[in-house]
Design a protein around this ligand. Structure first.
Ligand code: PLZ
Length: 424
């Protein structure tokens, strides 16, 4: 049995080398099964999962309600293409997103396949609605890997050699107190951008993650978000809230922006939205969403019925009583232990995050130590991811269905891995 399984690990690794381009960076892990907050590899080893497929499993692997909804939909029909034959699950997801909208607006939703595709469509909608082309994004942003979104994303690895990049994308600073960028500094940077590079009256939208994800799990300050909201209103700029990583219950509330007490114009969601199936959405004020002409928006698979059935179950679970309370308990368990680790391991510079979206930043701005920690963690049975412009941030994205015992086991492994990495 073990021999057979080992063969399969090696054959997957060999096949990956032979048939999959190196541009898709992978770890050594070959997964054969996942349940709740645990993953098993092809050798039968069990791992605690603190990655959740990069924030796609906030409800845990194999969530009963999601699996049931998927099975039922599979028996009905798999695909129609909404532009050929409409179906109820698409409309029902849009209706549910309207009910969950954090504000007073009457909203409509467009469904798509990926976060990047949804961000692209948010920009199209903002451009159609305003008749302007400029897009403002921020330092350390991640919005995707497609042509437009790689221009919006910071970090060379995502765009080097892939140009020309899309024009009319401008970058401004965002608060990062740990590295000395205050809210005032960031707002001053935006003021300069509007003096030096682009007239705010030529800007269609600004796009901001409420907690920066790939960029290093940096929560935006409420003052910054509120000042941007005010500025957008003043200049007729569309405020696009990128909730692809921070949304869908990660911080406790359905949308992270609820914690900042502003109403955005468009929300982009993805990842956990499809419960593990590819689904993303742009939701926003009806008059903005209706700006593009008929035929201007769409796609073959966007809002696939099976993904929509999964999303309906996901959105029910995220907004069910008790979800937020459990997420906050998990956040408290994680934060207490991370604070302890920061006190114990000299390599740790800062613990930060919002709700259960938490991370450790290593003081040294190089990816080597964080890579050593994630590798040591995997060897000890914990799947863990790094992030940040310098790759020196260790982020925690455990399923919010994890038990206290699973969290503690994962955190104990993180402690050991920080020690192994020679940073203790
Ligand atoms: N916006 C805030 O975090 C995707 C990237 C993994 P897609 N983040 C994971 C990688 O290396 O490609 C993301 C995000 C935010 C947009 C996206 C893009 O979402 O579904 O990967 O296209």
């Amino acid at each position: 049995m073990r021999v057979e399984e080992r063969t399969s690990t090696e054959s997957v690794r060999r096949g990956r080398e032979r048939y999959v381009p190196r541009g898709v960076a992978t770890t050594d892990l070959v997964v054969t099964r996942a349940w709740g907050a645990r993953i098993w590899d092809a050798d039968g080893n069990e791992y605690i999962d603190f990655a959740g497929g990069i924030a796609c499993q906030n409800l845990g692997h194999g969530s009963a309600a999601v699996v049931r909804a998927v099975h039922e939909q599979v028996d009905r029909y798999l695909h129609q293409c909404f532009m050929v034959g409409m179906y109820e699950p698409y409309v029902a997801v849009a209706e549910r997103l309207d009910e969950l909208w954090p504000g007073d607006a009457t909203t409509k939703s467009l469904l798509l396949n990926s976060g990047a595709e949804a961000i692209e469509n948010a920009v199209k909608i903002a451009r159609a609605a305003t008749g302007r082309s400029g897009v403002v994004v921020f330092d350390r942003a991640f919005h995707g890997r497609t042509n437009l979104t790689m221009a919006m994303t910071s970090k060379l690895v995502y765009k080097q050699g892939f140009g020309p990049l899309a024009p009319d994308v401008y970058r401004a600073p965002a608060p990062y107190p740990y590295r000395g960028v205050s809210t005032d500094d960031a707002l001053h940077g935006l003021e300069l951008l509007f003096k030096q590079d682009v007239d705010p009256n030529d800007v269609a939208c600004l796009v901001l993650e409420p907690v920066q994800g790939e960029g290093g799990f940096i929560p935006m300050t409420a003052e910054f978000v509120q000042a941007l909201r005010e500025l957008c209103t003043r200049h007729g700029i569309v405020y696009v809230d990128d909730e692809v990583q921070a949304g869908c219950g990660r911080t406790g509330t359905v949308w992270a922006i609820e914690r900042f007490e502003i109403e955005p114009d468009l929300i982009v969601s993805g990842k956990t939205l499809g419960g593990g199936l590819p689904l993303a959405a742009v939701t926003g004020r009806a008059e903005l969403m209706d700006a593009p002409h008929p035929g201007g928006l769409g796609g073959t698979f966007g809002g696939n019925p099976v993904a929509c059935a999964a999303a309906l179950a996901v959105l029910d679970e995220l907004s069910a009583p008790g979800f937020r309370e459990r997420a906050e308990q998990i956040a408290a368990v994680l934060r207490t232990k991370l604070d302890e680790l920061a006190a114990k391991h000299a390599s740790v510079g800062e613990v930060r995050g919002l709700g259960a979206m938490l991370a450790l930043e290593l003081a040294e701005q190089s990816g080597d130590a964080a890579r050593a920690v994630t590798t040591a963690a995997r060897e000890r049975g914990l799947v863990l991811l790094s992030c940040g412009l310098y790759g020196n941030v260790i982020r925690l994205l455990p399923p919010l269905s994890a038990t206290d015992e699973e969290l503690e086991r994962g955190l104990a492994i993180l402690d050991d891995a920080l020690g192994d990495a020679g940073s203790g």
